[in-house]
Design a protein around this ligand. Structure first.
Ligand SMILES: *[C@@H]1O[C@H](CO)[C@@H](O)[C@H](O)[C@H]1NC(C)=O
Length: 243
């Protein structure tokens, strides 16, 4: 019985490692929206640089930029790295200098600029210029793709030629297509577990000729495939405490 107990324990450890591997794999793969647009990821965000028709002059009012990105945010820049990412990626999409609308507005409650989504503005990259004479509530911001500097412009009158939509990466486990490596891992693990089980079964039968299939099954609780990490631990503890 001692060897059977040990086998059971090592089998449940093997199974826990297998489950943890899958969970790690799934949580590490973030996802950009699967619409027909091109999304690029940087850190934990996804960006869609809006392409205009090649020959047409692109021009977007602040309202039309928001409409284009409906369901997502306009570009939100929280760090110097993110600002750099945008100016480095711009030439891949656009010819020449483009001024991109930022998803920022003047919040009358706090008397400060705020990001849509209500994040406070912690990083700024204003260009050096004399303070604008814009009414604060009509103040919007555009980013120059050549310098990375930000400028205050009128939300109502200004027309810019660049729009970037932004959203968080999501770990959409249900929609995810398993990749080849993961599939191979699953198949290998199942084969390994079945092989180990068969050996244990064989040894058990050999050592307990008198025992019936029924009692054998009592000592082999079926795997609970949907077990979480926690119950894996509990199971391991239970196994340990068997006298
Ligand atoms: C742009 O406007 C905001 C809000 O009024 C202000 O805090 C910021 O200093 C302005 N930037 C420049 C360069 O004028």
């Amino acid at each position: 019985m001692e060897s059977l107990k040990n086998n059971r324990r090592s089998r449940s450890v093997l199974f826990c490692v297998f489950v943890l591997c899958i969970q790690l794999q799934l949580s590490l793969t973030g996802h950009c929206p699967a619409d027909r647009r091109t999304w690029v990821s940087f850190k934990d965000k996804c960006y869609h640089f809006v392409h205009g028709e090649e020959d047409k002059i692109k021009s977007y009012t602040f309202e039309s930029a928001k409409t284009l990105c409906r369901g997502f945010e306009l570009l939100t820049i929280q760090s110097a790295e993110e600002n750099d990412f945008v100016i480095k990626y711009s030439p891949e999409v656009w010819k020449g200098t483009v001024n991109v609308w930022l998803g920022m507005y003047y919040d009358t409650n706090s008397d400060n600029m705020m990001w849509f989504g209500d994040d406070p503005v912690l990083f700024t990259n204003w260009e050096d210029s004399s303070p604008s004479d814009l009414v604060p509530v009509e103040t919007c911001v555009s980013l120059h793709s050549n310098t990375g500097k930000w400028e205050n412009v009128s939300c109502l009158e200004e027309v810019e030629n660049g729009v970037v939509c932004e959203t968080d990466q999501k770990a959409e486990v249900a929609k995810q297509k398993p990749n080849a490596l993961l599939s191979a891992l699953v198949i290998l693990s199942v084969v390994a577990i079945m092989g180990v089980s068969a050996v244990i079964w064989f040894l058990h039968q050999k050592h307990n000729l008198g025992s019936t299939i029924l009692t054998a099954f009592e000592y082999h609780p079926p795997f609970r495939v949907l077990d979480t990490d926690q119950s894996c631990l509990v199971e391991a503890e239970e196994t340990d405490s068997v006298p």
